[in-house]
Ligand binder design. Sequence first.
Ligand code: OX2
Length: 798
Amino acid sequence: SIPLPQRETWQKYSAQAFSSKEEFEFQKETVRHVETSLARSLYNCDELAAYAGASLAIRDRLVISWNKTQQHQTFVDQKRLYYLSLEFLMGRTLDNAMLNTGVKSIAKDGLGELGFRIEDVLEQEHDAALGNGGLGRLAACFLDSLATLNYPAWGYGLRYRYGIFKQEIVDGYQVEVPDYWLSFNPWEFPRFDITVDIMFYGNGKQCTSWEGGEIVQAVAYDVPIPGFGTSVTNNLRLWSSKAASGEFDFQKFNSGDYESAVADEQRAETISAVLYPNDNLDRGKELRLKQQYFWVAASLHDIVRRFKKSRRPWKEFSEQVAIQLNDTHPALAIVELQRLLIDTEGLEWDEGWDIVTQTFGYTNHTVLPEALEKWSVPLFQNLLPRHLQIIYDINLFFLQSVEKRFPKAISIIEESTPKSIRMAFLAIIGSHKVNGVAELHSDLIQTTIFKDFVKIFGPDKFTNVTNGITPRRWLHQANPRLSELIASKVGGLGFLKDLTLLSELENYVDDKDFKREWMEIKYANKVRLAKHIKSANGVTVNPSALFDIQVKRMHEYKRQQLNIFGVIHRYLTIKAMTPEERKKVVPRVSIFGGKAAPGYWMAKTIIHLINCVGNIVNKDKDIGDLLKVIFLEDYNVSKAEIICPASDISEHISTAGTEASGTSNMKFVLNGGLIIGTCDGANEVEDLRHKHFYGKHELDPDLRRVFDEIEKGAFGPPEGFSALINSVTVHGDYYLVSDDFRSYIQTHALVDEAYKDQDEWAAKTIMSVARMGFFSSDRCIQDYAESIWNIEPSTFEA
Ligand code: OX2
């Protein structure tokens, strides 16, 4: 830091906290950045340069509050939350940054006068897509709420060079294209001075030591996270891997061994190179374990270093630090902290373990067996020998403490060949609280996969924190007109910070003018999506038709196949109608979107079927506007911001008991859409599967007709779809598509009927929005803060 005598000079020139919004010279700053930071001029400033200039202008303001927030938090030294997530699905930043700092209208007018439409400028930004789906987007919503509620909190993640792949549809098939998103990213700050050396492999045979491994360097990149209507700006720290400094390149270069010098460097950089594109699926790959340890070790080193600066005794660690594990991906943090405490800091095992268990909380996001992480013991032994010893000790002490009451079923080590480490069990044993993400899901984990642990630790260790979404991005930013209309009735924009104020809308369900405006806005949002569909798919859709949307990762358990089978049924039904009967049909646009994991063959088959059906239906003159089938390419956060405001209904039809929570359901309802959802009764599922197994299930005749059409080749060569049909008819219908088909069709018939009464429909959607208050991620974060983290809001003010 600057020596005391010079500080006065320094402070004289130090950037002031936010000049008021009105004084923000947006245009001057933008033009200055275009000319000096980008070395462009008014003769060659295109939309991308305007985006860059505007971003840098806004960023300057953000950075000042960010620095001050961090200085304040260091000075006050209150308890902080650290949110460890391998995924942060942030989407775009500029629009959000302008809204959160309250300068959007200044920027809009300013850009207009400079010759740009703000919408076109915002379109230039590449999504930060460091996540797969709901789990990663939840982490992003949490960061927004943590900052908005002034909580002192940091996110820790990996700075993937490639985010989730871009999806292209070629001849109806998904093709993956790498997502290199870092060519211009004004929102990250490399901290080349903040590095941590991370060790792998080596020798951990002697107890209490670990030596002689391979070292990779972690470099910090920081991203400012502004809160809405507050000057608190938190930090998201992402780690990037690089070859450890020094010796290697010189020695190898000097001896002429260029290739292996470069190979070492590349091996190191590979660790943070790419996000694993699997949603709800664990593949147990060594590189993934390397990513996990690399990120967890760097983050813990950072957290411990910050704690040690305060010179407090170790027993105060968990009074200063709360760490939340976003699923089991960071569960190694439990082992790493214990290792640091006993091997490096010299604490006794029990002393260390108390600190560890008081520090961590674990959130479970799934009960799907294929998603529960396990690591092969031999693989783990090789990569992290000392950590394996510690896991064995944790397990031993745990099993001893429960006195043989629960044999093998609760051991962290599964007696498979080879043996494997159950990360969820490690996470439970090493945390003081375990939570599920919705009421039903939390009950389910306590009565099924974790029931023995509830008996051992007692029910208080297990709790529910229902997921939520940030109304800033998912209403105010995505649907500004609806946000303004709501504001006009509920006393201003305050509802964006207290979503329960939406309940005031219940008073307007019979208000004619309000309803008209409400429906007009929905229509305008459908027009916007129709335009996108026209330009992306080349298909004209009628914005007055009922928009039926299912967008989410492609997965058999999410049952996009049930949806497309239903669409085919609808198509066949319309085809069989007389012209008179067709006049009564409610026109519909069935919209799908979502990525399939590159290795998930069945999910890719479903995408192909949807596109093939669209090809036939959309060209069929008999059908016209009565049915259109659209697959939207490359579903991501910025597309969701256009899609969610445009639904009449959206589909959330996973097999009962499989979807932990879902969060897009909340986005659709908050934007005035109704939803079709599975009535969750996880108990019946096993009975139904049993019936399939013993051939006691008869296929619904309408579903049979759908399969017959596919098998006749009505949508293209049928061989391509036989596995999909066989999964239902031959292989036991694990996802119960045939069981739910009838009631699914009936529900859609109810939807059609309901849609005919537009006045009633408007009332239903208004009532639904009015009751969405609970589903704000602010409520969710407050729950975590009070019941798990025990943290208080910061007192920082600019
Ligand atoms: C998802 C769950 O599938 C989804 O139901 C939930 O809403 C979301 O997490 C946020 O809690 N990977 N993704 C999820 O779980 C896992 C594992």
